[in-house]
Ligand binder design. Structure first.
Ligand code: GLN
Length: 281
């Protein structure tokens, strides 16, 4: 059974508009150049390589992408995307979008790329393209601190599970027999539902759940069991993107010249694992 709990479309649009306005004002206040000077590629995959990349992200996924207290975007992915752009000699203009709106926006050509901890999956690769993998992650089950009966996916049968809409965690939850799956617009909202005691578990990307616990953002929860899956994040691009080669070359350079290591250390405080050249999908 799937219960979709989500804000009304109106509220969602309103939130996004406000977010957009705040971003625009923050940008103007910082004396940045006009963000409207975009030479994007409205047709999606077939035009010229862009000099300004419009990059979509859902900034509610710390420590990868989030909005800092000053309203600016921050996180591992934001630093990495800025480094990729610098290396490739292009500008970046970030756009905040709901996670489940990123693939449609790439297909419609309203953004040139998305960096949003998006797992490279065979299903998504039919609709869009991905860069080479830039991060190794996986799913984890989160439960309340005092819970002891959830140890694996199997033990989640007939339980209430909160997930983020359109994610690999949501897909995994939907495979579980008898589970009541509740979908939320963001991972923090799903984790909060668990902290409030309204669900038995959350299936979400392990690094994000671990960060929420460590940072004290969501108190009273813990990770049950270890990583459920091995997943690789890629920069999402429209099919036949004219920017794909530039982005991949830049990523490869950053992975070998120490810059990737530096950004990884900054956000995760450890050495990065070695990444495969392609995701095993
Ligand atoms: N890695 C997960 C996915 O691709 C979740 C990503 C996210 O919520 N930003 O579905």
């Amino acid at each position: 059974m799937i219960v979709r709990i989500t804000r009304s479309r109106f509220l969602r649009q309103l939130t996004l508009s406000i977010l957009g306005l705040v971003c625009a004002l923050t940008f103007a206040a910082c004396g940045g150049e006009s963000p409207t000077a975009t030479v994007g590629n409205p047709a999606g995959g077939t035009g010229e390589a862009a000099t300004t990349l419009r990059v979509g992200t859902e900034p509610a996924f710390p420590p990868f992408e989030s909005q800092g207290t000053d309203g600016n975007l921050e996180g591992f992915s934001i630093d990495l995307m800025n480094a990729v752009a610098e290396e490739a000699g292009v500008q970046v203009e970030f756009q905040s979008l709901p996670f489940d709106g990123l693939v449609p926006a790439l297909q419609a050509g309203t953004i040139d790329a998305a960096i949003s901890s998006m797992t490279i999956t065979a299903e998504r690769a039919q609709a869009i393209s991905f860069s080479r993998p830039y991060f190794k992650a996986g799913l984890a089950i989160a439960v309340q601190d005092d819970s002891s009966d959830v140890t694996s996916l199997d033990s989640l049968r007939n339980k209430k599970i909160a997930v983020q809409l359109g994610t690999t965690g949501a897909q995994e939850a939907q495979k579980i027999e008898g589970a009541q799956v509740r979908s939320f617009d963001s991972a923090p909202l799903a984790l909060q539902e668990l902290a409030n005691g309204n669900v038995d578990a959350v299936i979400n990307d392990a690094p994000v759940t671990l960060y929420a616990i460590k940072s004290g953002n969501i108190p009273g929860i813990k990770v049950a069991g270890t990583l459920l899956t091995e997943e690789y994040y890629g920069i999402a691009l429209p099919k036949n993107s004219p920017n794909a080669e530039k982005i991949n070359t830049a990523l490869n350079t950053l992975l070998t010249n120490g810059k990737y290591n530096e950004i990884y250390q900054k956000w995760f405080g450890s050495e990065p694992p070695t990444l495969p050249e392609a995701a095993p999908i």
